[in-house]
Design a protein around this ligand. Structure first.
Ligand code: HAM
Length: 416
C-alpha cells in the first residue's frame, strides 16, 4: 500500500474548514494593509536559494529538495518563500513601481527536515514581503499585520520575540566579539556549534543543545554592538510597537535560520513553548535584492506556518465556520423517476441550489439514511406516481414532515 511520503499530509475534507478559515482571514488582513497576492513557481534555480538563504545554513546544506532536470539544470523545490518573491521583484522591474511594493503569498514549502509534531517536509506558509522602504515605521506595520492576523484568527496565547542583529557596518565587529567569547568555551560546545563557530557564528546563539545553553545565555548581545543608525532604527521600532500596544519580548538569542537578515528580526511563538514551535518569523533583509542582482532596495517580511497555526487554533478551541450544509438530496425509485431526478438535479443546481442525487438502486430507507448522513436540509422523493403526477414529495429532514409539491414550484418551497 502506498502512503503519503514521510513528513507530508493529506488535507482531508474534515480539515478543510480550518484551512478555509485561515485563508479567509489572510485575504481580509492583507487587504487592510494594501498587500497584493503573488504566486511564484514551485521550483526555482537552485542558485537562487543557495545565494539568498546562504551556504552554511541547515536549510541549504541539509534540507533542500534539489534535483537536476532532464536538461541537466539544477532546480530546487522552494524551501522558503522570500527568495522567489525577490527574484520576481527584480525580474519584473518592480523597482519602477511606486515604492513600497507589498506582496503576499500562500504556498507549499519543502524542507527535508526531521518530521515531528508541527514539523513537516511539506508545509504551507502565508508570507508577506514589503520592498523599498527602510523606515522603521514599516517594520512596525509589518509586525502589526502579523499580530492582527493572529488576533483576528482568535489566537490569544502568543508572544512576540524581537531582536536586531545589525547591518553590514556593525555586524562584523559583533561577530568578532561573539567568536572571541565562544572560542573560550570551545571544549564545552556541541559538534554543531564547533562548526558554527567557523561557518555561521550568529547561529551559535540559537543552539538547542542543553550543554550549550549556559554559554549562549551569557554571550554578548547584538543590540549592545549596533552602529548608531541600527540603534536608532531599533529604538524607533520599539517606540512604534508601544504606540500600537503590541507587547514584545527582546530576545537576544533570536537570530533566525536564514542568512539574509539585517537589523530587525522577530518571531511569534506560543506562550508556553520554545522556538521549535514558532508560528512564524521574519525580519529585514536590506541587502538581499542587491545581492541577487537588483538595485539596492531595503526590504522586510515574514512567513507564518499554516499547519502550526491550525494546531494552535485547535489547542485554543477556536471554532471555525462550518461549510454550508447540503440543501437537497434527491431520492428516486424506478427508471422513469431516475431520469426525472437527473433533470431535476440539474435544474436545481442551475437555480443555485446544492444537490446530491442518489445513484444506483437502493431502498427508500437506505436513500433517506444517506440524505441524513450527508446533512441534507431537504430530500426530494420521486417515484413512478410522482412522475405521472408531475410532483415530488418534499421531506424536511429536520422534522421528517412531508408535503407534495408540483415540479415547477419546488424552488419556491425550499426556504433557503
Ligand atoms: P522560517 O522561520 O524558516 O522563515 O519559516 C517561517 C515559518 O514557517 C516558521 O515559523 C514555521 O511556523 C513554519 N515552518 C518552517 N519550517 C516548517 C516545517 N518544517 N514544518 C512546518 N512548519 C514550518 C522563512 O521561511 C522566511 N522566508 C520568512 C520570511 C519572509 N522572512 C522574511 N520574509
Amino acid at each position: 500500500m502506498y502512503q503519503a511520503p514521510r513528513g507530508t499530509a493529506d488535507i482531508l475534507p474534515e480539515e478543510q474548514p480550518y484551512w478555509r478559515y485561515v485563508e479567509k482571514v489572510i485575504a481580509e488582513v492583507t487587504l487592510l494593509y494594501g498587500y497584493q497576492r503573488i504566486d511564484s513557481p514551485t521550483f526555482e534555480e537552485t542558485g537562487l536559494f543557495t545565494r539568498s538563504v546562504g551556504e552554511g545554513t541547515d536549510l541549504v546544506d541539509k534540507e533542500m529538495y534539489a534535483f537536476d532536470d532532464k536538461g541537466g539544470k539544477s532546480l530546487t523545490l522552494r524551501p522558503e518563500g522570500t527568495a522567489s518573491v525577490c527574484r520576481a521583484y527584480i525580474q519584473h522591474g518592480m523597482s519602477n513601481l511606486p515604492q513600497p511594493v507589498k506582496l503576499y503569498y500562500v504556498c507549499p514549502i519543502f524542507r527535508y527536515d526531521r518530521p515531528q509534531a508541527g514539523r513537516y517536509r511539506q508545509h504551507y506558509q502565508f508570507g508577506c514581503e514589503c520592498f523599498g522602504e527602510d523606515d522603521p515605521i514599516m517594520d512596525a506595520e509589518v509586525i502589526d499585520l502579523a499580530w492582527r492576523f493572529f488576533k483576528t484568527l482568535g489566537l490569544r496565547k502568543l508572544s512576540l520575540h524581537l531582536n536586531n542583529i545589525g547591518c553590514k557596518e556593525c555586524r562584523p565587529a559583533y561577530l568578532k566579539t561573539l567568536k572571541n567569547y565562544y572560542s573560550k568555551h570551545t571544549n564545552s560546545l556541541c559538534t554543531d556549534c564547533k562548526n558554527r563557530l567557523e561557518k555561521n557564528p550568529l547561529r551559535l546563539l540559537d543552539c538547542k543543545q542543553a550543554s550549550c545553553q549556559h554559554i549562549a545565555e551569557n554571550a554578548p548581545h547584538s543590540i549592545d554592538a549596533l552602529c548608531p543608525a541600527c540603534a536608532s532604527h531599533f529604538a524607533q521600532l520599539q517606540k512604534y510597537l508601544g504606540l500600537l500596544r503590541i507587547p514584545f519580548i527582546i530576545n537576544n538569542r533570536l537570530v533566525r535560520g536564514l542568512d539574509y537578515y539585517t537589523r530587525t528580526v522577530f518571531e511569534i511563538q506560543p506562550e508556553e513553548e520554545g522556538s521549535q514551535s514558532a508560528l512564524g518569523g521574519g525580519g529585514r533583509y536590506d541587502g538581499l535584492i542587491e545581492q541577487l542582482g537588483g538595485k539596492p532596495t531595503p526590504a522586510l517580511g515574514f512567513g507564518l506556518g499554516i499547519e502550526r497555526i491550525i494546531l494552535n487554533i485547535k489547542k485554543e478551541n477556536i471554532s471555525v465556520p462550518a461549510p454550508p450544509a447540503l440543501q437537497v438530496f434527491i431520492a428516486y425509485m424506478g427508471d422513469a423517476a431516475r431520469d426525472k431526478a437527473l433533470k431535476l438535479a440539474s435544474d436545481l443546481r442551475q437555480s443555485g441550489v446544492s444537490v446530491i442525487m442518489s445513484s444506483g438502486e437502493k431502498s427508500l430507507k437506505a436513500q433517506l439514511r444517506q440524505a441524513n448522513s450527508l446533512g441534507a436540509k431537504w430530500t426530494l422523493i420521486i417515484g413512478d406516481e410522482e412522475v405521472k403526477a408531475g410532483t415530488v414529495t418534499l421531506r424536511d429532514m429536520a422534522d421528517a414532515s412531508q408535503k407534495t409539491v408540483i415540479f415547477s414550484e419546488i424552488v419556491s418551497h425550499l426556504k433557503l
